[in-house]
Design a protein around this ligand. Structure first.
Ligand code: AMX
Length: 437
């Protein structure tokens, strides 16, 4: 059994060599062109970023180091006694490109559990915040405050060689992943259940097992397994999405991982990105409130049109890159099929029924390039069914997860010595001049 650090040390030289070769042999190769529509259209489709851990294909969805979601479900080790891949297994894959053995995955679980407690001042900071402050705002604040103990920042101040950056980054990134469950659970407890105490970290449990425990749902094996799947699946979605890109951009200034990821969380908090799962549930509950539990396809069609005609987007549908149903959505739907109690839930049935109607409505509406569901169309309903009903909190769970990919890239960016990110911008006047010249 190798440690994560040893494994990374083994794989980094080959990647550094690959980058060197790309620079030396292909620096001037053309892989696309920049059109005015890219500049005006939020850089959609522009091939302009290096991101190691995953690549998103518009039709088949995400692959993590070449592995599809079903591949990962087959090969990534679950928690002892469980079936779903763990966050640690996914993190190991993302960081190293290798599938960990069960022993390696467990060893990482033990390390994270060891590092999982929050400094007292961060607990105090969270406890002092008003309950009415959005949980995502609180999460970003807590993550930023953890930079008090950044080993990268301390080492940088001391003066270290560029080739050593990644080792300190890795240390910070593992510390942050380890502390996210305690941070996120404390926010949940403070905002929704101040009467409850928080379970201590169990050194024998995996990261999400502990998270579920600290949230107060540890007794619910189904929910814990769902959270494992959810957190592994949401871990990375290549580099251009707003949260991952933000972490990368801020990190490129050599900010430490805590403040880089804090910035990313505030990108995730927007309704077009991570807040969509909260919006989906709000939409579903509004439908149920108006129509009751026996919602027909016709009811849903009418409701979808009502949403669209009022100028709003249908949350959980559409995507910046995907052009087919999101395989993460499919994987979560499949999870529901394995449990009769989930199949009987009106909220979960509504997700399925909406899926049967919405693509045609969105096609007829004719605006979105992708009329199919993204992961957020399904992710909240299972949480809701199992009693995690505070949907303002859902994006926090996404935020716990997205750290896996965003932090992985920070380690790689430093291992590869990637530069400060600094694209060129133009005013409309300057752009017009450029077009004429
Ligand atoms: N309902 C209604 N209209 C939609 C739509 C939807 N679900 N998705 C896209 N459109 C509209 C856009 O608003 C845009 O309209 P405009 O021309 O009037 O501005 C037009 O269709 C073209 O948009 P697009 O190129 O298909 O999408 P995009 O790349 O600009 O945006 C996304 C992608 C996800 C922001 C968009 O599809 C959306 O708003 N979806 C609903 C919110 C959502 O589910 N977000 C979660 C995404 C996944 C995630 O990050 N978690």
């Amino acid at each position: 059994t190798k440690s994560l650090r040893e494994t990374l040390q083994e794989v980094i030289p080959a990647k550094q060599e690959q980058l060197k070769k790309l620079k030396a042999e292909h620096s001037q190769a053309v892989v696309g062109e920049v059109k005015v529509e890219n500049i005006l259209g939020g850089m959609r489709g522009l091939k302009a970023m290096l991101w190691e851990a995953s690549v998103l294909d518009p039709n088949e969805g995400i692959r993590f180091h070449g592995l599809t979601i079903p591949d990962c479900q087959k090969v990534l080790p679950p928690a002892p006694g469980g079936k779903e891949m763990t966050a640690e297994s996914m993190l190991w894959l993302l960081l190293t490109g290798r599938v960990p053995s069960p022993a390696e995955s467990r060893q990482l679980s033990a390390e994270l559990a060891q590092k999982g407690e929050l400094p007292a001042f961060v607990e105090k900071l969270l406890d002092s915040l008003p309950k009415t402050l959005h949980p995502m705002t609180q999460l970003g604040m807590g993550v930023a405050a953890l930079n008090h103990d950044s080993v990268f920042q301390a080492a940088y101040e001391r003066g270290i060689k560029k080739s050593e950056y990644w080792t300190y980054m890795l240390e910070d990134c593992l510390n942050l992943v380890a502390k996210l469950p305690a941070l996120a659970a404390r926010i949940y407890r403070n905002v929704y259940h101040p009467e409850n105490s928080i379970a201590p970290i169990d050194k024998g449990l995996d990261l999400v097992g502990n998270y579920s425990n600290m949230l107060g749902f540890g007794h619910n094996e189904s929910l814990t397994e769902y959270l494992r799947l959810y957190i592994a699946l949401h871990g990375d979605h290549e580099g251009g999405n707003a949260s991952a890109h933000t972490a990368h951009l801020v990190g490129s200034t050599l900010s430490d991982p805590y403040i880089s990821y804090s910035a990313a969380l505030y990108a995730l908090a927007g309704p077009l990105h991570g807040l969509a799962n909260q919006e989906v549930l709000r939409w579903q509950l509004a439908v149920q409130k108006e129509i009751g539990d026996n919602v027909t396809h016709e009811n849903i069609r009418e409701y979808l049109w009502k949403t669209l005609k009022s100028g709003q987007v249908v949350p959980g549908y559409g995507h910046g890159v995907l052009r087919n149903p999101d395989p993460r959505f499919i994987a979560l739907q499949e999870f529901c099929k394995t449990r009769p109690e989930l199949q009987a839930s009106p909220t979960i049935q509504l997700v399925q029924k909406t899926y049967e109607v919405a693509p045609d409505v969105l096609k007829e509406h004719g605006k979105t390039k992708n009329p199919y569901p993204n992961v957020d169309a399904a992710s909240g309903c299972v949480l809701y069914h199992y009693g995690l009903t505070e949907f303002k909190y859902y994006t926090v769970i996404f935020g716990v997860s997205r750290a896996l990919g965003a932090l992985t890239q920070l380690v790689w960016a430093r291992a590869l010595g990637l530069p400060l990110e600094r694209p060129k911008s133009y005013s409309m006047d300057a752009l017009e001049k450029l077009i004429k010249s």
